[in-house]
Design a protein around this ligand. Sequence first.
Ligand SMILES: Nc1ncnc2c1ncn2[C@@H]1O[C@H](COP(=O)(O)OP(=O)(O)OP(=O)(O)O)[C@@H](O)[C@H]1O
Ligand SMILES: [Mg+2]
Length: 316
Amino acid sequence: MAGHRMKAKEVFLRRGNLSCIIPWGALQRVGRIRDKKIKDREIDMKQTTIDGITLSLAGSVELPLKWVGQDELLRQLLAAWMVIDERDIPFNPRLVGKPGVGKTTLAYAAAISLGRPVFLYQATMDTRPEDLIISPVIGPDGKIQYSASSLVSAMLSGGVLILDEGNRMSEKAWASLAPLLDDRRYVESIVTGLRIPAQQDFRIVVTMNEDASTFELPEYIHSRLQPQIYIDFPEADEELQILKENLPFSDGEILSYVVTFLQRSHRADELYSVRDGINIARYALKMAAAGSQPATDLLKLSVQRILGDEALPYLG
Ligand SMILES: Nc1ncnc2c1ncn2[C@@H]1O[C@H](COP(=O)(O)OP(=O)(O)OP(=O)(O)O)[C@@H](O)[C@H]1O
Ligand SMILES: [Mg+2]
């Protein structure tokens, strides 16, 4: 795997005795730059050596995701990550909401706006503490090599980690992150015996599905994952914008039908989400392209096949 180079950007503000380190992306939005000095740092992402132990680092991700509407949520997440004084530390925010409301998309959009490498860790109920930190692997020469998880790779390269679906992980896995999530900001690897501190620029966000908790998280973890940012279903106009963003090749008529369907189902407290709406429209468009009927005539069939008969009443 070829190594690649990343740039991390920060803005240092100084007024009197006060100095703050603020993410560049956030400042651009807030627009309050008075005196700025941009520091560029180049990091070799492939391998790093700590106390004589060489770790291979995971690659960062680049996803074609763009957050549409609900700007306030993006602002709240970026505010949680800000460091407003040299004695300050960033929060470890938690994004909570029903399945498919955009938690991962929001986390990614906020992370990428910081201009730092973004890493993703998909948590599952089988995630073990060492999976989150450092795993031993057999190298091509038959010797043991150490592979840093995407979490540790983000810590070492001053990147952002999205810990996706965090509530699927067991308490044992969470316990290994406890020192990282308070003001100690380090993890310990049992496999290598290393204590690994997070770079100052490291940020983490955890997404959690409101309705699919596999494990009940203990209070000491909940209290470390603050603030909690709740994502609700969007209003009709924003939902239409989101559908347009995800299906730019669709005509507006079918998307309007889908938004009406989604809004009715939100009012009835159903769990149908934007993701379902995108799938319904996409499938109707594909069937239309494959046959001779217009997509709007195929919506009913699409809803039936994607969500089942019980969703049909919301189509009106
Ligand atoms: N505000 C938004 N802007 C752009 N796309 C969005 C938005 N909200 C939802 N989407 C789209 O809806 C789909 C679902 O979003 P996403 O995967 O982020 O949801 P999620 O809450 O993480 O779902 P899950 O709980 O299943 O992990 C994606 O295709 C995403 O692009
Ligand atoms: Mg998700």
